[in-house]
Design a protein around this ligand. Structure first.
Ligand code: ADP
Length: 334
């Protein structure tokens, strides 16, 4: 188990900077998720840590030791890719054993480690199958098994669940969380999916255009987004963001209010408009109301709410839960 630190790390491709003087400290045993929209630099950052790309400037420390120039194989990190990268002609057993065979470990050690990894990942019954005889989730577990047997000082996951369908993704997400609890290993996990980040992370690093917007535990980012970008990115459905007169009455350029902090009424409130959409999720209903001059505002209501398209509803924000942002998109003190 290792700590990982990035000190003033920058990366350019052909003169274009994609990571800009980034500082980050990841503690031993922590699960840190890099999240942000496509192209923000998440994979590049992970690849810099793995050593698959060289930094343009700055320093990488693994357990306090300078690893900036260390070849990938010497960093002691195991990477799991979304493509699984399994050998199709090898059995599950041989796929998991592969790094150990390459390292010329003895037979008993290999057998013991493969058995242990298969137990942790519930793959005992599949060891003699070929990857094509497995489901997507099982293949991803084999890829994780291959990472585990190397006993890395940290795991690096690059969008490991993007090739799975929605239901499997939720399952695998829980399995990865459980695995992290069992192994307690330092883990860096890259995703564009804020739900994955929220449910898995000890701490989330929100990236935007190669820069860190905010670092913190999931609920801290949810409750106290430091920037407009984080406010709009973390949370589903997203925070309502309002400008103009609605914001200036609170001394802000933009105000944000989450759907669960708006109350609905058929007769009175702060803003009113016509219902353009009601999403019934069973447990909740998200009601989208078109307010003249403000745009569409989403509010959370009870799952059994009876609401008609085109009906007029009133919305009132819980003012103690308003977020205020200045013209640069920085959060103002509450
Ligand atoms: P993300 O993983 O957040 O989607 P990436 O790290 O893949 O983003 O990419 C960040 C930026 O760097 C993008 O603009 C991408 O086009 C660029 N980039 C990534 N790899 C290379 C490369 N090998 N050569 C040139 N540009 C690259």
């Amino acid at each position: 188990m290792a700590s990982i630190a990035l000190k003033n790390v920058s990366k350019s491709f052909g003169g274009r900077e994609v990571i800009a003087s980034l500082d980050l400290q990841i503690e031993r045993g922590e699960l840190v998720v890099f999240v942000g929209p496509s192209g923000c630099g998440k994979s590049t950052l992970l690849r810099l840590i793995a050593g698959l790309e060289d930094v343009s400037s700055g320093q990488l420390l693994i357990d306090g030791r300078d690893a900036t120039q260390l070849p990938p194989a010497w960093r002691g990190l195991s990477m799991v890719f979304q493509s699984y990268a399994l050998y199709p002609h090898m059995s599950v057993r041989d796929n998991i054993a592969f790094p150990l065979k390459m390292a010329r470990r003895d037979k008993e050690t290999i057998e013991r480690k493969v058995t242990e990894a298969a137990r942790v990942l519930n793959l005992q019954d599949y060891l003699d199958r070929k990857p094509r005889e497995l489901s997507g989730g099982q293949r991803q577990r084999v890829a994780i098994g291959r990472a585990i047997v190397r006993e890395p000082v940290a795991f690096l996951f690059d969008e490991p669940l993007s090739n799975l369908d929605a239901a499997l993704r939720v399952n695998m997400r829980m399995e990865i969380a459980e695995l992290h609890r069992q192994l307690g290993a330092t883990t860096i996990y890259v995703t564009h999916d804020q739900t994955e980040a929220m449910t898995l992370a000890d701490r989330i690093v929100v990236l935007n255009a190669g820069r860190v917007e905010q670092i913190g535990p999931p609920l801290e980012l949810y409750r106290r987004p430091a920037t407009l970008f984080v406010a709009g990115f973390i949370g589903s459905p997203r925070m309502n963001l309002l400008g103009g007169a609605a914001a200036s009455r609170y001394g802000a350029a933009t105000i944000g209010i989450r759907p669960e902090h708006l109350s609905l009424s058929t007769s009175e409130g702060r803003w009113h408009g016509k219902v353009s959409l009601a999403e019934h999720l069973g447990s909740d209903t998200f009601v989208h109301v078109d307010v003249a001059g403000l745009g569409t505002i989403a509010a959370r209501a009870a799952g059994d709410l009876d609401v008609r398209h085109g009906e007029t509803l009133w919305l009132t924000p819980d003012e103690s839960c308003l977020h205020r942002f200045d013209a640069q998109g920085r959060a103002l003190a509450a």
